[in-house]
Design a protein around this ligand. Structure first.
Ligand code: ZN
Ligand code: ZN
Length: 198
């Protein structure tokens, strides 16, 4: 919860707030997120406007997760920007005639309100954080993932192979090799001796 009382209600008034708060539970998605209790650095700019307080800010926090390909733990830095309008409850009453249609009701669902000059940033923060996270975090851009045979992490062992796979490859290479031999056998015809061709 953030207090806006110091800001006052005069439109145009500005206040900057920097605060470090412990990250709430489940801030993130399944594969990556901010660990609960980690330092969440918030830089906020509160601006008093006619209808309420416009909050613009940036959140920074450490991220932990795992590579979606090889499951290796990974660490990242979160930086999420957000902007949200918190309306005065009475301003809302003024701006909303009693006979508004469905459109206004839909708008109302998206509105956030100041409660006794306080606003709750958490839902805004959650949306901003989730939007800024990589949906498919990887330990490295070209992570080769895990061996389909044994589950070993291929990035640790690029030459990793299995005998069963070797046999199949050997058979393929033998085929490929014999094709090449065939081409080599045909190669001498290029030496200009046309009579040998047919
Ligand atoms: Zn990986
Ligand atoms: Zn393997």
């Amino acid at each position: 919860m953030f207090d806006t009382r110091e800001l006052g209600r005069r439109p145009g008034a500005l206040k900057r707030v920097s605060r470090s708060v412990p990250a709430p539970q489940d801030l993130g998605i399944e594969v990556i997120g901010v660990p609960e209790g980690a330092a969440l650095e918030l830089d906020l700019r509160l601006e008093s406007v006619m209808e309420g307080v416009l909050v613009t800010g940036t959140a920074r926090a450490p991220l932990t997760g795992e590579c979606v390909r090889c499951l290796e733990p990974l660490e990242r830095e979160l930086e999420a920007d957000f902007q949200e309008m918190f309306s005065y409850p009475d301003a809302d009453d003024r701006s909303r005639p009693a006979d508004t249609g469905d459109d206004a009701e839909d708008d109302e669902e998206d509105m956030l309100f100041l409660e006794a000059d306080l606003f709750d940033l958490e839902p805004v923060l959650r949306d901003a954080v989730v939007l800024s996270l990589p949906l498919q975090p990887v330990c490295q851009e070209d992570c080769p993932g895990l061996c389909s045979e044994c589950g070993a992490r291929l990035a640790d062992d690029p030459d990793h192979h299995h005998d069963a796979v070797d046999i199949r490859w050997a058979a393929l290479q033998e085929l490929a090799g014999s094709d090449q031999d065939g081409e080599k056998d045909n190669a001498p015809r290029a030496n200009g001796d046309d009579s040998q061709e047919k």
